[in-house]
Design a protein around this ligand. Structure first.
Ligand code: SF4
Length: 92
């Protein structure tokens, strides 16, 4: 299981979660090249340790445990995962 960032992040990209995450698994960070072009932030499901530290710091309550992800935002589990698949492909 991993935590998931959902729709409220779109257009918000607050990044308080990035600073709260102990394993740096939320991207893009503000210092990353694609920060401006991505509409939201994503959690790497392979790296997330399910600590929950990102949840209370999000000003728009965009982050959920996968098991608590609201039904209308189920697609965001795949969107978070897909971001990291794309990043790996770009790195090759
Ligand atoms: Fe990072 Fe913990 Fe949030 Fe996972 S649950 S993204 S490890 S702060």
């Amino acid at each position: 299981m991993a935590y998931i960032i959902a729709e409220p992040c779109i257009g918000t990209k607050d990044t308080a979660c990035v600073d709260a995450c102990p394993v740096d698994c939320i991207h893009p960070r503000r210092d990353e090249q694609n920060f401006a072009s991505e509409e939201m932030l994503y959690i790497d499901p392979e790296q997330c340790i399910d600590c929950g530290a990102c949840v209370p710091v999000c000003p728009v309550s965009a982050i959920f445990a996968e098991s608590d992800l609201p039904a209308q935002w189920q697609e965001y589990a795949e969107r978070n995962r897909a971001y990291y698949v794309k990043e790996q492909t770009n790195a090759k």
